[in-house]
Design a protein around this ligand. Sequence first.
Ligand code: CP3
Length: 370
Amino acid sequence: MQKIRITPYELDSMRPTQKITINPTLRQTRFIKSCLGESTDQTPIWFMRQAGRYMAEYRAIRAKHSMLDVINSPELSAEVTMQPINAFGFDAAIIFSDILPLLTGMGLKLDFIPGKGPQIENPLDSTKAIDMLATPPAEVSMQGTLDAIKLVAPELEAKNTPLIGFCGAPFTLASYAIEGGGSKVYAKTKALMYTHPSAWQRLMDKLVTVQVDYLVKQVKAGASALQLFDSWAGAALSKADYIQYVQPYNTKIFAAVKRQVDAPFINFSTGTHAYLEDVAACGGDVLGADWRMPLSNAFAKAGDMAVMGNLDPIALLAPWRELRYRIDQVLAEAEGHDGYIFNLGHGILPNTPIENVQRTVDYVRSKSRE
Ligand code: CP3
């Protein structure tokens, strides 16, 4: 007989809950309205990784404080979150943090090594290590970020700008936890998945438990929208593997969070053009599109979801004529769609010229006023 497993978030979802709602004034901003498929006066625009090294103000903070110090300090995170809003007037802010510190509460040791990126000192190298992982409440590892949200939300509200909270998706976080850092082919992650499918399931369930708790608490703290970053599933997995090893868990996250909060939720991934319909089927209000596919494809796969994307971040390194041509292409593909948010297909690069960011924001605004 098959054993029925009830995980803590499933237990939680069986209890009746009063849904957490977002600020009613921010609900009427063009970013939130577009997320919910409503028509707006202009196309909203923000950039993934909009707070970062391409800004001198950010580099000045990082010259004095480590990445983890900034993440763990509510004051510094709040300050960095505001930098791109103050500089460019984006239509949404994203809380400055990272997807990986959530793993520290589970028992993994994280550091950001300059020039190398994130490293896990004690990666998961056995099924026993998976079974030893803790599933503590978000405050254990993310108190600094939750406090940063509380601090910065009122400041953003005064500018009528909604704040996006976020979390890494189970596969993307598991890949760091198992590989110990970034990876090109995800060999250890996939070998574990194929060799010990039940341990994979236990790992995914643990991640879902902490992710759902953390996402809900970000809305409680003052975030008006959420984004799930599944950055690497598409780089690693076939359609069949995605459906078997990822989709059930991402689906649980969208469903469990949506049961508890009434905030728009962005379902973002990259490299998933071969099975974007399966990504969309996981849930959420907005489907993220990277630059590898025409935006019209994303609209076709999104059903009644809104769409966000998909300018190639490297277009921002090109001369203005070329950049403008590429912005025009994206906007032409989005023409006539209400639920559309202009963004890059992935995060902005550190060597992006600042003037191209301003020009892009101004140009998208001027075009959508026509
Ligand atoms: O978008 C924002 O402005 C909010 C902040 C944010 C960061 N990371 C800041 C950061 C967000 C949303 C993330 C998410 C994140 N982090 C993802 C998913 C999104 C994506 O880009 O795919 C992933 C995979 C990570 C893991 C991560 N963190 C990597 C691979 C790196 C190193 C890469 C690099 O650019 O150096 C980080 C570090 C990191 N996270 C930086 C920033 C601004 C650079 C740190 C620094 O040196 O200042």
